[in-house]
Design a protein around this ligand. Structure first.
Ligand code: FNR
Ligand code: LAC
Length: 368
């Protein structure tokens, strides 16, 4: 990998918390790329709401708990991870850094956590699989043509992906006004590497060229029967991403989902959607421990991770923070960001009085 330009290295070194990577990335990214990553739908109420929900919880910590060497290890789908944080699927990562998805996956692999590859990636399923050996999950947008979806799943199986993450909160792309203002489109020189021969037709609708691309490759009429169809045709566990209700959670599990991600797509889809953290208890209660429940949306601090786990999550995903770290420092940037988060989680567990993740429970929280 070519050495990062000096301004990128300095920016990464100066980051003391996840939010610092955002300001550093903003300085090196084109405005329209930064807006695409940072933005949300319409009034961006859900984007802000995801953060506000975390701030409403406070810890009722335990003392004299001898939690000086907390164990952050956790297991999902029989796989052991070094901490309960994984990388969420996000589109076209070469927008952030020339090595894109390969660089982010290498960082996840080195950190001992899972990497989720988006259907809309800028390196192919096979290229990413060849970049590292850690646990990789494939995020699926179901295509209007089932044959295309079948081919994606077959390629993911052949390339050693351990799970399919089916995203269900994007029948159509949300209205992202920053992107409309910027007439945002795929940057010059990048492509949807898994969809090479499938450029959108002129009829694809959407307010900006990027949304048109996405809409041309997703099925707006997706239903429960499509989930059942997918489960029946894939040998991998299917994780459903984008659930915010207990009844939908139960239905997904009944349809064969082996895991769920409580998510509102980082506030990029339905605006005024409930904050992920606020949706979590209902989903956890409905699922009753049958499958692991993950959460994403607004996780920026070690304490956020602990709050989600206290409320019953088996782990969390992060999206934007690692794209910013990727922009400022490639693989090293993402590694550095993950180590920062790991240190925050460990210190907060010591101060909270929790020796392992299994000791985290709702009893340690209060909400106002
Ligand atoms: C996303 N997200 C997303 N989700 C998905 O299932 N497939 C995708 O291709 C994308 N693409 C994407 C691009 C960008 C730039 C962002 C910021 C997000 C949603 C993502 O997986 C996750 O749900 C949110 O990013 C979580 O919120 P935070 O951590 O960004 O607040
Ligand atoms: C996004 C889509 C591609 O959120 O998932 O931008």
């Amino acid at each position: 990998m070519p050495e990062a330009p000096p301004h990128r290295r300095t920016a990464a070194a100066a980051s003391l918390k996840l939010d610092d990577f955002e300001s550093a990335a903003r300085a090196v990214l084109p405005q329209s790329t930064y807006d695409y990553i940072a933005g949300g739908a319409e009034d961006e109420a859900t984007l802000r709401g995801n953060r506000e929900a975390f701030a409403r919880y406070r810890f009722r910590y335990r003392v004299l708990a001898s939690a000086d060497r907390p164990d952050l290890g956790n297991e999902i789908f029989g796989q052991q991870f070094t901490m309960p944080v994984h990388l969420a699927p996000t589109a076209i990562q070469r927008m952030a850094h020339p090595e894109g998805e390969a660089a982010a996956y290498r960082a996840a692999s080195a950190a001992g956590i899972a990497y989720s590859l988006s259907t809309l990636s800028s390196l192919s399923i096979e290229e990413v699989a060849a970049a590292a050996t850690g646990v990789r999950w494939f995020q699926l947008y179901m295509h209007p043509e089932r044959a295309v979806t079948t081919a994606f799943v077959g390629r993911a199986v052949d390339a050693g992906f351990a799970a399919i993450v089916l995203t269900v909160d994007l029948p159509k792309t949300g209205r992202r006004e920053r992107d409309i203002r910027n007439a945002f489109s795929l940057p010059e020189g990048l492509s949807y590497a898994n969809l090479e021969s499938r450029r959108p037709g002129a009829s694809a609708d959407g307010p900006d060229p990027f949304a048109q691309n996405v809409n041309a490759n997703t099925n707006p009429a997706l239903g429960w029967e499509d989930l059942e169809w997918l489960v029946a045709r894939t040998p991998l566990p299917v994780i459903v991403k984008g659930i915010v209700r207990g009844d939908d959670a139960r239905r997904a599990v009944d349809a064969g989902a082996r895991g769920l991600v409580v998510s509102n797509h980082g506030g990029r889809q339905l605006d005024y959607a409930i904050a992920s953290l606020d949706a979590l208890p209902d989903v956890v209660g409905a699922v009753g421990g049958k499958v692991p429940v993950l959460l994403d949306g607004g996780v920026r601090r070690g304490t956020d991770v602990l709050k989600a786990l206290c409320l019953g999550a088996s782990g969390v995903l992060i999206g934007r923070p690692y794209l910013y770290a990727l922009a400022v420092g490639g693989t090293d940037g993402v590694r550095g960001m993950l180590e920062l988060l790991r240190e925050e989680i460990a210190l907060s567990m010591t101060l909270l009085g929790a020796r392992s993740l299994s000791e985290l429970s709702q009893d340690l929280l209060t909400r106002f």
